[in-house]
Design a protein around this ligand. Structure first.
Ligand code: HEC
Ligand code: HEC
Ligand code: HEC
Ligand code: HEC
Length: 200
């Protein structure tokens, strides 16, 4: 019986540990616009990657100017999307064809439906701003990212921020590593994702 329980536990651990991009919303291996049949290639390449973007980026990058979120209670200073958020928006703003990767600039397939975020980010959670201990102090309703656990193994700043900045990838795992709906980095049941940073 103990062995059986151990086996079931092991199976559970291995299946959860193997949540991956294959079969997720970001598995484009069988899309009509990706004749390579590969998964990583729409976003990365091992050689001849684009200079100025990381990691080993292979998709045409958006040139849009975005309308930013604003509110009277916002303490952070927002800039135009940068870092990994700009890469997400290179498909999700709907201005760059999905098939514009590997040097192609004449693609014709564009993102549609709910996944189309567009260039108006005024109704979206803010991204591309510094979230540090001083912002937490100023705001009063935020946890200190340098001393608060993310629930993912380390502190918020190490696990969820990119060069101390909040980005799309603070909440989303582009590779579906956690295997949670909407490619979230952690479950938002009972708003657990929100409450990681917001002290409400
Ligand atoms: C839809 C676009 C997309 C696809 C497909 C994709 N990636 Fe990524 N990848 C990104 C973005 C954006 C980042 C940077 C943000 C981040 O680290 O989450 C990244 C980061 C990475 C990194 C560095 C950070 C880390 O997580 O270790 C590696 C390595 C990587 N990807 C490998 C892969 C491999 C291998 C594949 C295919 C099996 C793949 N990616 C498929 C978009 C993608
Ligand atoms: C190569 C283009 C491309 C890039 C780059 C890309 N995405 Fe996507 N993403 C898509 C497409 C296309 C869909 C819709 C797939 C569908 O509806 O079948 C999608 C779907 C999603 C979804 C919905 C998942 C679901 O389960 O419905 C989320 C969330 C998402 N992307 C977040 C991101 C984030 C965050 C980044 C950057 C870290 C990113 N994407 C980068 C093309 C991309
Ligand atoms: C603060 C956390 C957070 C940030 C930052 C964030 N998202 Fe999301 N996103 C979510 C959650 C939670 C969902 C689940 C569905 C919902 O609540 O709308 C979601 C859903 C989505 C979806 C699925 C379609 C939809 O609207 O339901 C896409 C695509 C997406 N996000 C892309 C992005 C992109 C691109 C960025 C950066 C510009 C981004 N997200 C930034 C938390 C976030
Ligand atoms: C990784 C940390 C993080 C996560 C996760 C997160 N947020 Fe935020 N959120 C922030 C920071 C930092 C700000 C900027 C606050 C400020 O400067 O006033 C912010 C801003 C906001 C604002 C705008 C505040 C204003 O004054 O206009 C709202 C509303 C909000 N978040 C709601 C959410 C919700 C809902 C979720 C869960 C879906 C969520 N956040 C998840 C860090 C996070």
């Amino acid at each position: 019986m103990k062995k059986l329980i151990a086996l079931i536990a092991l199976l559970f651990l291995t299946t959860t540990a193997f949540a991956q991009i294959t079969g997720s919303a970001h598995d484009f291996s069988s899309e009509s616009w990706n004749s390579s049949g590969e998964i990583c290639i729409t976003c990365h390449t091992p050689h001849d990657a684009m200079t100025g973007y990381e990691p080993l980026w292979n998709h045409e990058v958006t040139a849009s100017t975005f309308t930013l979120y604003s509110s009277s209670t916002l303490d952070a200073t927002l800039g135009q999307p940068d870092g990994p958020s700009k890469l997400c928006l290179s498909c999700h703003d709907g201005t760059v064809a999905l098939d514009n990767f590997g040097g192609t600039t004449t693609g014709t397939s564009f993102i549609t439906g709910d996944a189309l975020i567009g260039t108006d980010l005024s109704n979206d959670h803010p991204v591309s701003f510094t979230y540090d201990a001083s912002l937490a102090t100023t705001d009063g309703g935020l946890n200190d990212p340098t001393t608060t656990s993310s629930g993912l193994g380390g502190m918020i700043d190490a696990d969820m921020l990119y060069s101390n900045k909040m980005q799309c990838a603070s909440c989303h795992d582009v590779h579906n590593g956690a295997g949670i709906d909407n490619l979230l980095v952690k479950s938002n049941a009972s708003s657990a994702l929100c409450l990681t940073c917001h002290n409400k």
